[in-house]
Structure formats: C-alpha cells, structure tokens
Design a protein. Structure first.
Length: 319
C-alpha cells in the first residue's frame, strides 16, 4: 500500500527548484514526485493521504558542526544528539573532534565510528584534529586517520596560529587529498575579548573583537592555498570584510582558469546577537557578530558562500 504527501512545498536542491507538489511513497521508497501525482491512483490505493499545505519537504539536512561523545555524556550522548538531530530533519552530522579526550588517534576514531553505528539512527561522519591535542604544534596522522573513516581535519573552535605549521598542513593535505577545516581567529587580536567590536560591545562595556582578527587568518590561509591547493574549508565566517576577501580571491582564480579552488572551498556563516541580554547561557566560543552582518552582506552571499548556517538557540544551563 501507498502513502501520499500532497500540497507540500517541495525543495529540490539538485535541480535548484521549489514547487508545490506531491510525494508518493511505497514500502518506504519514493516512487513518484511532482504536481498532483497522487491523483494517478484511486484514493482507496493509499493507506494515508497527508495534506502538507504550508509545509516544506526537502532532502535530509546536514549539520557540519556537532559536538558529541566522548566526554560530557551527562549533557549529550551520541544517541540523544542524533535523536534530536533526526527530530529536526537532520539526517547527516559531522562530529567535531574537540571531545574529551580529543579525536586525534586511531583508537578514538574507532570508538566514535563504533558508537555511531550502534547508537545512531542517522549518518555520522567523524572529523579529527588538525594538530595533536589541538595545541597547534604537531600535525596529526592525516593518512592513517583518513583510512579509518575520518572525512576531514579541524581544530574545531581553535585556530592554527603558526604559518609554518599551517603551510605544512596544507602541503600534506594536498598530497593526501584530505579536507582541512579552519576556524579563522587571530588570538593576539582577540585575546581577553568575548564579543564583536561595535555598538553592542560599547553598550555593554565589553572589549570587542575587531573584524581584522578574522580577516588576517582568512587572507593568510588563502595565500597559502595558492601554493598548496588542498581541499580547504573556512568555517564560521562572521565578517563582511572576510567575505570581500573571499570574493576577490575566487574571482582571481576564475581569471586564472583554475577551477580547483573555486570548486573545493566552502564556507559557513554564524551570527549570534542574543548576547545583548548579558546572559551567560547565550555565550558561545566564537567571534560573535550581530544581525547587521546578515543584513549588510546579503547581496554578497550568493556565489561566495556555499554553506549557510544560521544559529539562534539557548545553550543549556551549565555549558
């Protein structure tokens, strides 16, 4: 027997289309999709017909930055985190390696893969650290860990500050064809600061993080990328100036008729303005930027930013 979901707003990212239509399912498989396709059969042939007016249907979503096990299981485990993701329509998550202990060796990778297989009802792709213990000094074993199931390497909310080490990382990543993901933040410019520099920081009397703290790392890494064209991902961009740098860089690559960088660089945005409440439960370990970032750069996003992630939530007590 069949089920039909009718009058839904269907999002098809593969064809870049959005339309009002129906989806027909039989034995847990989609057998037809399109406007009024459920009318091809008599109503008696359906177990259920769900009217999805004003609702969206899309492929499963992907969350690229999830913190799970090991460590702090009293806050969230792989099972509870994946159940929450699934309830929100997310069917694939990428686990960050900033766990306790961190994911920087084979045994930790095997643990996460095994736990994900046994406890999760969605796809889990683990990432490992760029450097051991995320201290920015010694590289992890890219080749060995990627063979064990690691899909990318990142120091999560930490940034590799040393340019020599970063160039070495990019060189090895290029040779081994692995993905590296960088959180852009210059520690000297953001030291002892907790919020974006601007009106909100002035109003609250807090030292602000200037946009240049992010821009400097973006410019440095893109310069290194010209020498070591690895698979590179800048995560959690939050400055309009950084987007201008990226747009200029991508235009220059197109002029050189070299599609590698243009195809392989992805970016993620994050904004968070609830800190104006001066509520500690809203504080996150990121360069916090306010809503004007989105409003002022909306025209710049198309073509420059491939992954858009807007976050607005209250972190649980004790985090």
């Amino acid at each position: 027997m069949k089920e039909a979901y009718i009058n839904a707003k269907i999002l098809d990212p593969e064809k870049n289309k959005e339309f009002i239509g129906d989806i027909v399912i039989e034995k847990d498989k989609i057998i037809d999709i399109g406007p009024n396709v459920y009318k091809k059969d008599k109503p008696k042939s359906y177990i259920n017909i769900h009217d999805c007016k004003n609702l969206f249907i899309s492929p499963g979503l992907l969350d690229m930055r999830v913190s799970l096990e090991p460590g702090s299981e009293h806050k969230e485990s792989i099972k509870s985190g994946c159940n929450a993701a699934f309830a929100g329509g997310i069917t694939t998550v990428v686990c960050l390696p900033n766990t306790d202990p961190v994911i920087d060796n084979v045994s930790m990778v095997d643990f996460v893969v095994r736990r994900g297989r046994d406890k999760s009802n969605i796809n889990i792709f683990p990432s490992a650290t760029l450097t051991r213990n995320m201290d920015g000094k010694l590289m992890t074993e890219f080749g060995l860990l990627s063979k064990r199931g690691i899909i990318g390497f990142t120091d999560a909310t930490k940034t590799v500050q040393n340019s020599e080490i970063m160039s070495r990382i990019m060189n090895y990543a290029f040779e081994l064809d692995v993905l590296i993901m960088q959180h852009p933040e210059d520690y000297e410019l953001s030291k002892n600061r907790c919020i974006n520099e601007g009106e909100i920081s002035t109003r609250l009397g807090l030292q602000g993080i200037p946009y240049i703290a992010e821009k400097i790392i973006v410019e440095r890494d893109l310069s290194l990328l010209e020498e070591y064209p690895c698979r590179y991902h800048i995560s959690q961009l939050s400055s309009a100036k950084s987007i201008e740098v990226i747009k200029k860089y991508k235009n220059n690559i197109k002029e050189q008729e070299n599609p590698i960088f243009d195809q392989l660089i992805n970016y993620a945005i994050k904004y968070f303005n609830d800190v104006v409440l001066f509520e500690q439960n809203f504080v996150m370990d990121d360069n916090i930027k306010i809503k004007q970032f989105i409003e002022n750069t909306s025209k710049e996003l198309n073509g420059s930013i491939e992954v858009k992630k807007f976050v607005r939530f209250k972190v649980g007590e004790g985090i």
